[in-house]
Ligand binder design. Sequence first.
Ligand code: NAP
Ligand code: SF4
Length: 679
Amino acid sequence: MTDTNYPHLLAPLDLGFITLKNRVLMGSMHTGLEDGNKHERLAVYFAERARGEVGLIVTGGYAPNRAGWVKPFAGKMTTRGEAARHRRITDAVHAEDGKIAMQILHAGRYAYHPLAVAPSRIRSPISPFTPRELSSSGVEKQIKAFVRCAQLAREAGYDGVEIMGSEGYFINEFLVTHTNHRTDQWGGDYSQRMRLPVEIVERTREAVGSDFIIIYRLSMIDLIPDGNTWDETVALAKAVEGAGATIINTGIGWHEARVPTIATSVPRGAFTWVTKKMKREVNIPLITSNRINLPATAEQILADGCADMVSMARPMLADSEFVKKAREGRADEINVCIACNQACLDHTFSNKMSSCLVNPRACHEIELNYVATKTRRRFAVVGSGPAGLSAALVLAERGHEVDLYESAAEIGGQLNMAKVIPGKEEFHEMLRYFKRQLELKNVRVHLNTRAGADDLNTEGFDGVVIATGVVARDPNIEGQDHPKVLSYIDVLRKQVPVGKRVAIVGAGGIGFDVAEFLLHEGHSPTMDLEEWLAEWGVVDPARARGGIALERTKPESSRRELTLLQRKAGKHGANLGKTTGWIHRATLKMNDVRMIGNVNYERIGDEGLLITYGEKHEDPTWLDVDNIILCAGQLPLRELKEPLAAAGIPTHVIGGADVATELDAKRAIDQGSRLAARL
Ligand code: NAP
Ligand code: SF4
């Protein structure tokens, strides 16, 4: 195959003193490997991505001083000793013919520690620590720290640095009046507020010489009130170009913005139009980013003239061979990032090591390897949800013979319900990947086949992996055999018609999914960029500061009246993803879904659902609804275990069949893959 598959994406980028082999930037991502001395793991992790042919890698953020730490003892680059230790990383990447830049990240008021500093003493909504306001000389010290950090990065063998000027961190905080109330030379009118980044870039260029990449990550749309106007953003981009930046990368939204920017419900390439606006303003290459996860999408963005390069961060966690597979005409083999955040960002924000839901090897490249088996054995995997699929694929990859049994007519299990939820379309990609890999790895798939213990016994397998999933929990509500009552499976899988007024029993992940499914009735704002932008109040930053509309367009009111119920008191959806739960709650609120907690389900009848409140069962209220949908969680289904064990066949129970209460694809895939790596 030639590079004609993706001619724009795979074209080299000549930066004058260095040439990148293609237009793919592995965007900066904090994985947790940056903290402490995990250089060996980082070296292996990045080398694998360099081998996968990514054009330029950017590391996770390293602080230029302690004040700039994101959290205590986060990665920093402040000494020659630290620089020397990074040699391992840069050498490993260069040995694979890759290029790598180090991101310099000063957290400013987002820092999660008491040493935080900022232009003004204004606490952020995402850290409990109020920053110290820097004196004028304190600002000078920070600039010097940036410059020294870049020099050390060069000494460490990096091909360049990325100066993090977006997402609401330190540099960004000087730019807007939202966070900069200074009256000295670093505050006041815009020419003074933008002085800090310009000085940093200019002095860094002087210090590192002309043959070193400086990427400046510029907030092109702040998505906060009092954010920059478009004219201000353009002025900054031109000044940063003049100060010696090699490339400008696009930052979208501050972390405190109440607009989703990378979640799975954000349309693919939703913000590339912002970078395109900037293309006419500067002459240096521009990188665009956010929700770009397929080579075809990236190619189209470049072909449309939106940017010169495309940043993909999470897609490189999902598949280290993304670029190589695209170049070789094997795009259908790419394990696609579904933008769930569950194993990457949610882990980072919970102080856990990042990985990837669809690729548990991400950041675990040293200890989790699918080594070819010395003894080929025969395995049956029963159930083709995410747990069974992962186990089957890893077993086959290692050289075992695998039969996969599925009682339904298609593979995927619960994934087939997820894929019909508006905003969760990426699950189609996950299923596409699994299907293709089953073919490539010669797994024998038996659809419409409910494998019984006797059949499995007769076949003489060396082992059986039980991944039979879950059954819906029965909430035992009086009168629940009433025709008004449906289960989430009736709604999502069997597409049984649902009335106008609906009560949903259970406000976990599936209760929320059912609510979103019913609200949008098959129409997904994720598939309609204009509608999605209007729903979240995003406008051209030339029309409103920060690109946020003063008045949000209320979504067209749903034809349904939904009530989402739970027995516990407290926030609905409290166990949803750390970085995405708020989006689900906001979506339901925008659509006037009623959320009621602390209830008891007393009875179902022709009148609807009778609830009472609290331990004393007070205030009986009939919810006059057309349908009651049960989303009360699940119980494990593992009836094969005992008979197989009695027949002396080794069994392994994984996924929802093992633990139903934590039913989720992340645990299922991780468990299936790790089990299969051992067998
Ligand atoms: P879940 O998250 O465990 O929620 C079950 C809900 O049912 C809870 O609201 C619970 O709240 C209620 N419930 C439990 N026992 C009940 C009973 N006997 N009678 C009535 N109500 C009862 O389960 P799920 O919603 O089925 O989701 C399963 C898993 O799938 C989740 O753990 C999640 O990881 C994953 N998932 C996630 C998402 C997402 O993140 N968007 C989407 C889909 C699925 P009360 O006990 O307070 O009533
Ligand atoms: Fe993408 Fe989810 Fe993997 Fe993160 S965990 S890289 S969002 S698929």
